[in-house]
Design a protein around this ligand. Structure first.
Ligand code: GLC
Length: 426
């Protein structure tokens, strides 16, 4: 009994529901839209949904929120989609799950929502990630790529240009920290908690050294992992608390003015520029650094909209997905929430660029961003890799040991059909 009550409490706090719709009794059709908590003003999406409702009398769209953390959302969806009785009609999925959900038969094909010609206007990476065995199972909603934020004012004060390489970043951060003598100031913050965000950081660092986690040159891979650990242990530019940090906690530290450099997704930009932000007007954004001789290698991220196979509202949900990914809605989401549109034409839209000039610089970064392996087994791979990378970050495992374990496990998971070499190329 008590355990039951605790379970209910846990479910409601962990996967807490927020209903944004109004007047359930008047509605003849209810669509439940499940998605992670978006950063920024939650009213923007609610307003859009109300617009859609007004065009469809009798329709009620109920938003139910999940925590922002990708792994926790995955856990919820895997639990609820398996068995074909999902208590929702529309869901926002991380770009890395579409293959898995499609293969499991959890989500329905959406080919008619986006014709092949229309797909050409989208970034190709997310479309590829959403396509399983030739059919489109999700429609990209917004797109992400890792970028480096820096404090322009601090670099200027110490006479430095923004760094292009990781060693340069470490050197500049050390010198600025020495010069500032501010015990609260961190040199470089990134997502070091054991979760998908850490996977992205590790991939970006290793790929920008010409290698990868599960394949490619082993020495360079060890070197990349060692660099991550050394930002904390040797260079002293990254606080130990980074080993527990996610996107929002790093944004908070940087946003309060307590960090010189930050790795994050582009969403943070508009929040850092908001009125009242301590760092407003003092921040620059550039591509992530690389190791000397290699190129910046941001990971492709982003979210998509999908429909559970068992939804009883298929027609209206398809229409809603089409509305939420239409050029107008994408424009509004980019304008008001600062999320990057998936439709490429918007990156030359004057009215948007006027308010969000950063989009112009982001375009080549987003276009060149490298996906995580597009495979139904990605989550298994990620869950096997995360604890090992995390153990290196906190100094419990050597990079060599961790890499040995990672490569063995990934090989096991992927079996003979999909070799690690193929993962590396995807
Ligand atoms: C962002 C990205 C997503 C990624 C996640 C990791 O939400 O859009 O693709 O998996 O961060 O934390």
């Amino acid at each position: 009994m008590i355990i039951g009550a605790f379970f209910l409490l846990w479910v409601s706090t962990t996967f807490g529901c927020t209903q944004a719709g109004e007047g359930t009794d008047r509605a003849s059709t209810t669509v439940v839209f499940k998605h992670g908590k978006l950063s920024g003003d939650g009213r923007v999406l609610s307003d859009l949904l109300r617009d859609f409702e007004r065009r469809h009398p009798g329709l009620l769209i109920r938003e139910e929120l999940l925590p922002a953390d990708s792994d926790r959302q995955h856990q919820y969806y895997a639990m609820n989609l398996d068995g074909g009785k999902a208590p929702f009609d529309l869901l926002a999925i991380d770009t890395i799950w579409a293959q898995e959900f499609a293969k499991a038969g959890w989500i329905a094909p959406l080919d008619e929502v986006l014709t092949p010609t229309e797909r050409e206007d989208f970034f190709p990476g997310p479309i590829e990630a959403a396509t399983f065995q030739g059919r489109l199972y999700a429609v990209p909603w917004y797109v992400d790529a890792g970028v480096l934020y820096y404090r322009r004012d601090l670099l200027d004060r110490h006479g430095f240009e923004p760094p292009h390489t990781w060693p340069e970043l470490a050197r500049i951060a050390k010198l600025v920290l020495d010069g500032e003598q501010d015990s609260k100031l961190a040199g470089f913050v990134w997502q070091g908690k054991q979760y998908e965000g850490l996977m992205c950081v590790a991939l970006e660092v290793l790929r920008s050294n010409g290698t990868d986690l599960w394949s490619g040159d082993r020495d360079r891979a060890e070197y990349g992992l060692r660099f991550l650990r050394e930002t904390i242990a040797t260079h002293g530019i990254t606080p130990l608390s980074t080993s527990m940090a996610d996107e929002e906690s790093t944004r908070w530290i940087f946003g309060e003015g307590h960090a010189l450099f930050m790795r994050n997704w582009p969403y943070a930009w508009s929040m850092l520029q908001q009125e009242g932000s301590p760092v407003r007007g003092k921040v620059g954004v550039i591509p992530l650094p690389a190791f000397p001789g290699f190129r910046s290698a941001p990971v492709l991220g982003g979210w998509m909209l999908a429909m559970p196979n068992n939804s009883t509202q298929q027609e209206i949900v398809r229409e809603l997905i089409s509305f939420l990914t239409s050029p107008d809605t994408q424009h509004r989401i980019a304008m008001e929430l600062g999320y990057n549109p998936v439709r490429r034409a918007l990156y030359t839209d004057e009215s948007l660029l006027e308010l969000r000039p950063l989009l112009k610089d982001l375009y080549p970064i987003l276009l060149g961003a490298k996906p995580r392996p597009v495979t139904p087994y990605y989550l298994l791979v990620s869950q096997a890799v995360q604890p090992e990378v995390s153990a290196v970050v906190v100094g419990r495992r050597s990079p060599a040991e961790a890499l040995g374990i990672i490569r063995r496990r990934v090989e096991q998971i992927m079996g003979e059909q999909t070799s690690p070499a193929r993962l590396g190329r995807s």
